[in-house]
Design a protein around this ligand. Structure first.
Ligand SMILES: *Cc1c(COP(=O)(O)O)cnc(C)c1O
Length: 217
């Protein structure tokens, strides 16, 4: 079942778009089903849960932190996390840099951009993005690498609205002022809107319920 779900999504997104299997709240047995079907990138949004699953599962998995991350928790994932999707402040980036240094690693990060019109969503606006990426503090950091942008569209049935929000993110991503920064990853699209996201230039989709079924919180 899980393997078939993954296969279907992979066919729809094509070979140039990466699939993050969002496994938050799901037990390790279900993640292992995905693993055995060939899935190697898993996304979690809680530090404790990600650490526990990392300890129980094979070593060749790429663990992506997709949720809002608190600075005081970075140290727990710094030894192994392969991509942090939702960086939304210079302060958080400084903490990640410090913890990455302690682990003798370079940690890849995405900056989360605010594109929805929902109070509950996090992220930088265009001005904050430019300020951060052009700041000396950022340029001095040796142990992080910003490799792209991430965003979440408004939770709505209005397909046009979603499409326009993704277009906005895509245009920020393509902004020529970032040509020196090697931004490669555009993380946008979830179960409800990944097809639109891929049409609008996403290079990485984060899909949970369509793979593992609905979550009961
Ligand atoms: C939970 C979550 C997803 C996946 O949501 P689904 O609707 O289950 O696909 C994607 N991105 C983030 C940031 C999430 O927290």
């Amino acid at each position: 079942m899980i393997g078939a779900n993954i296969e279907k999504i992979k066919q729809q997104i094509g070979q140039n778009v990466q699939l993050v299997a969002v496994s938050k709240t799901k037990p390790v047995e279900l993640l292992m089903e995905a693993y055995n079907a060939g899935q190697r990138i898993f996304g979690e949004n809680k530090v404790q849960e990600m650490v526990a699953k990392h300890e129980q599962m094979p070593n060749d998995i790429e663990w992506h932190m997709i949720g809002h991350l608190q600075s005081n928790k970075v140290k727990y994932i710094a030894p192994f996390v392969s991509l942090i999707h939702a960086v939304d402040s210079l302060k958080l980036l400084e903490t990640i840099n410090k913890e990455a240094l302690k682990n003798n690693r370079i940690i890849n990060c995405l900056l989360q951009i605010y594109i929805a019109d929902e109070e509950t969503k996090f992220g930088l606006d265009e001005t904050e993005l430019n300020t951060l990426i052009e700041s000396e503090t950022y340029k001095q950091m040796q142990n992080i690498k910003i490799v792209g942008l991430m965003g979440m569209a408004t939770n709505t049935d209005d397909e046009n609205k979603i499409r326009n929000e993704f277009k906005k993110l895509r245009s920020l991503f393509g902004n020529s002022r970032f040509t020196n920064y090697d931004l490669r990853i555009l993380s946008m699209g979830m179960s409800s809107d990944y097809k639109i996201a891929v049409e609008e230039g996403s290079t990485m989709v984060r899909v949970g319920s369509l793979i593992f079924g609905d979550r009961n919180y």
